[in-house]
Design a binder for this molecule. Structure first.
Ligand SMILES: Nc1ncnc2c1ncn2[C@@H]1O[C@H](COP(=O)(O)OP(=O)(O)O)[C@@H](O)[C@H]1O
Ligand SMILES: [Mg+2]
Length: 237
């Protein structure tokens, strides 16, 4: 199970809300330049796992390793400095700031401060360009999600973690988001850990998949080994 070429290694992670344990010994690997998809029904523990990987929820046991460094005890901002970026579920950014200001706030917090990072992010989301001066609170759900991904890209991460980027978003925008995630992974070589309940989308994009149920990993494998029927069966109970 231990894989030396993995960028991210999650080992035997447990976590809890107060005394209620929600993760029970999760192992997960994201190889460099791969796209790994995490699937599972509502309440399976996907967001709790992402929050533990990012340091937003403390692990009660186990370890998170990134590029051969144990990062389990690091703050979220220290993890971002190491090269992790997070697009949380349902995230809004700063609704009173314009689209451009939302991007600039992130740029100001990076160590590289390269303005070209904003152009590189906008290249993927041309729909945001005509609305750069609009307060982000007025954006549609799809535009907000595109802005959230653009914000994460500004840090020039090695690994981007996305939690259900297609949730509640209209199908035409889902295709645009899918295209952008593919581009980020394939042309820019960035590793991606994608939480997704939309199985067709997950299987089209991902190299590897993991399925969680009730705080445990119950299935894992390579999407190339799945036929359409097996893919549909992944989330069947
Ligand atoms: N803030 C919270 N306080 C207490 N329990 C929570 C909280 N957030 C989630 N949970 C519980 O933790 C479990 C896992 O939730 P979550 O990680 O959000 O799952 P998923 O992202 O797969 O839908 C669920 O049983 C959920 O009810
Ligand atoms: Mg969730």
């Amino acid at each position: 199970m231990v894989d030396a070429s993995s960028l991210l290694k999650v080992r035997d992670i447990t976590t809890a809300y107060d005394k209620t344990q929600v993760l029970f010994g999760v192992d997960l690997d994201v190889r460099a330049e791969s796209l790994t998809c995490l699937m599972g029904h509502n309440g399976a523990g996907k967001t709790s796992l992402m929050n533990t990987i990012m340091g937003i929820m403390p692990a009660t046991g186990g370890d998170v390793q990134f590029e051969d460094e144990i990062i389990t005890g690091l703050s979220p901002s220290a993890r971002v400095k190491r090269g992790l970026a997070y697009v949380p579920q349902g995230r809004e950014g700063f609704p009173h700031l314009t689209v451009m200001e939302n991007l600039e706030v992130v740029l100001d917090a990076t160590s590289h401060r390269e303005k070209s990072a904003i152009d590189d992010a906008l290249d993927l989301f041309p729909r945001l360009v005509p609305i750069l001066e609009r307060p982000s609170g007025f954006l549609s759900g799809g535009q907000k999600q595109q802005l959230a991904i653009a914000r994460a890209l500004i840090t020039r991460p090695k690994l981007m973690v996305l939690d259900e980027p297609t949730e509640g978003i209209q199908p035409s925008i889902i295709l645009e988001i899918e295209k952008a995630i593919t581009e980020i992974n394939q042309s820019r070589g960035m590793s991606i850990l994608l939480v997704e309940q939309y199985v067709e989308f997950a299987v089209r994009l991902a190299d590897n998949y993991i399925v969680m149920e009730a705080g445990e990993v119950t299935k894992r494998g390579q999407t190339a080994d799945l036929d359409a029927e097996a893919a549909r069966g992944l989330l069947a109970v």
